[in-house]
Design a protein. Structure first.
Length: 468
């Protein structure tokens, strides 16, 4: 049986008060409409259609060829929006989900249950929820056999109907042909003057079809994000789900309330996350790692047995048993081999450090390849930019670079070479050579006392002038 998906994403979202189109606001790192489309993939939708209107170009730019698009030129209601997909799937046999692009908390299990219900004499299933404060939601009406007789929008409810606590979540599963046949009979004779998708339920009932509700056990699935407050609520709920999934999968999270993991992140078993971690994008963390406290890692691959604390990583690859931090900044293009050590206040950009190398303190390594078992001393830097172009630094295996060394690129330090502290290296250093590039020290006996006396006289004269 074919399954189709229609995602409603044409609304303007004025209450968000944002230049960013509503369904593109991220929840745990992924735009809301991305969560919804991803869910349709999970339940095996063969064709996914997104109805766009305001912000159409932005939505198309994000989703690309993952879906097909139809344009709702005028926002005349949810029924009118679904009808825009008629030319693509209106005559097909199968089931069709209708979901809203601003409901990122829908879960796979609910959609699978709805599919199992829409069979035989059941023409549609509606995901419903019972909440204590149903204000703002459409109310679900039933007959004596517990089948749905209709859904009444809030503004059209009678005082008695407003007392109903079972609400429509806006999530539907229809027999596809029956859906589009019923849509032909939907009118806009209501308080809003819109074509409601909810009217399809009553039309199906009047034509002898049966509609059933699927009551969710998690009312948060009903949350539609229309403002920043709801966005924050959805983010918190999804973050709790994500953290729970990882903890049940063998990850220790010391303080879940202060741990932020995007939906796209993977983490291996026996890894420990300390408070204040932000794991974002396509990040992958291996097993037996200790991450944090306060690690901010984006789009990075971290192998097993790695320690990262108080550091920022972006587009970085970290090898097995490496240590990073505290207070390291690893920028895009950084690749650390196994057992590499990157210490405090070290910045690395577009550089590879091979197995066992160490950059322990206060260094900048940019546009460089550093071989195995190299030691980079405190304050050593690669001078990679001449004001116009970036240049590479090459350091061979087992080399030693002393403290406060400037390596002016392009330059190569050979294997086993020693570069003496304080040197400014502008020429290549041969393999196993010792490089010294600094002014020879000169000591002048007694000059320290003379200098001090002269400076004190100058200071006294200045103080006297200031007093006058």
């Amino acid at each position: 049986m074919l399954i189709f998906g229609i995602v409603l994403a044409a609304g303007q979202g004025k209450r968000m008060k944002s230049k960013l189109y509503k369904v593109l606001h991220p929840v745990c790192g992924t735009p809301m409409v991305g969560h919804v489309v991803g869910l349709l993939d999970q339940v095996g939708c063969s064709q996914k259609i997104v109805v766009v209107g305001h912000g159409a170009d932005a939505v198309k730019g994000y989703l690309g060829d993952r879906v097909e698009f139809v344009h709702q030129q005028e926002q005349l209601g949810t029924g009118h929006a679904v009808l825009q997909a008629k030319d693509l799937i209106g005559s097909e046999e199968g089931l069709t989900f209708v979901l809203c692009g601003d409901t990122p908390l829908i879960q796979k299990e609910s959609l699978e249950k709805m599919v199992s219900l829409v069979q035989g004499e059941i023409a549609a299933a509606v995901l419903t929820a019972e909440i204590n404060c149903p204000t703002g939601y459409g109310r679900v009406l039933r007959d004596e056999q517990n089948f749905l007789t209709g859904i009444v929008e809030e503004k059209d409810c009678t005082p008695e109907q407003k007392k109903v606590k079972e609400i429509n979540t806006g999530i539907y599963c229809f027999d596809n042909r029956k859906l589009f046949a019923a849509l032909q009979s939907v009118t806009n004779h209501n308080a809003a003057g819109e074509y409601y998708l909810t009217d399809v339920i009553q039309i199906l009932r009047e034509s002898g079809e049966k509609v059933i509700s699927c009551l969710t056990t998690d009312p948060s699935e009903a949350i539609g994000v229309n403002d920043r407050l709801a966005l924050s609520e959805a983010e918190e709920i999804m973050r709790q789900r994500i953290n729970r999934k990882h903890m049940l999968g063998g990850v220790t999270i010391k303080d879940p309330a202060n741990t932020y993991i995007d939906a796209t992140v993977s983490i291996g078993a026996d890894t420990v996350l300390l408070p204040g971690c932000f794991l974002k994008g396509a990040t992958s963390i291996g097993e037996d790692c200790v991450i944090g406290p306060h690690a901010d890692i984006t789009d990075s691959i971290v192998a097993d047995e790695v320690s990262i604390k108080y550091s920022v990583l972006q587009d970085t690859v970290v090898g097995t048993a490496a240590t990073v931090g505290p207070y390291a900044n690893l920028r895009p293009g950084t690749k650390l081999g196994d057992k590499v050590k990157v210490g405090d206040f070290v910045e690395i950009k577009n550089a590879t450090l091979d197995t066992g190398s160490k950059v322990s303190h206060l260094s900048y390594i940019g546009d460089a390849h550093i071989g195995k078992n190299v030691n980079i001393g405190c304050g050593a830097i690669t001078v990679n930019y001449d004001g116009f172009n970036k240049h590479m630094t090459e350091i061979g295996d087992n080399a030693f670079v002393g403290s406060n060394v400037n390596l002016v690129a392009p330059v190569t330090i050979g294997q086993g070479a020693f570069v003496v502290a304080g040197s400014t290296i502008t020429k290549d250093v041969e393999e196993d050579a010792l490089a010294i590039a600094r002014e020879r020290q000169t000591n002048k006996p007694g000059y320290g006392a003379k200098l001090r006396e002269r400076m004190l006289r100058k200071k006294d004269n200045k103080d006297n002038i200031d007093i006058k």
